[in-house]
Design a protein around this ligand. Structure first.
Ligand SMILES: [Zn+2]
Length: 117
């Protein structure tokens, strides 16, 4: 499962951060996932529960936030968010160009914040 290895990576970073700041109880981790990463939030949460159960991080919450896809038009520079059904051909609302846009957001998968004490 893709999400298990993702969460393992997240937990490794979390443990490093806790150690760095001398904190021992993790309360909450917030993760941002881009629309293009195909991460399933429920699977991420389940993997988090499985991997923290019975460990020093048990009881912490994982929150996920979806970052919508946004692109900049290759032809006219217009920035826009394609609708889901337009994901493959992304027609620019300003000039109609469909291909070659620059992806601005939607590819990220990162830890946004860690709450601990
Ligand atoms: Zn355009």
């Amino acid at each position: 499962m893709h999400e298990l290895s993702l969460v393992e990576g997240i937990l490794a970073i979390v443990r490093e951060e806790l150690a760095k700041h001398g904190l021992c109880r993790l309360l909450r981790v917030r993760v941002k996932h881009g629309a293009l990463t195909a991460v399933v939030p429920e699977a991420l949460e389940t993997a988090f529960e499985v991997l923290t159960a019975g460990t020093d991080l048990a009881g912490a919450l994982l929150e996920t936030e979806l970052v919508p896809l946004s692109v900049r038009c290759r032809s006219c520079g217009q920035e826009f968010s394609p609708k889901d059904e337009d994901r493959f051909l992304m027609p620019c609302p300003a000039c109609g160009a469909e291909l070659g846009h620059t992806v601005l957001t939607g590819r990220e998968l990162l830890i946004d914040s860690i709450e601990a004490e």
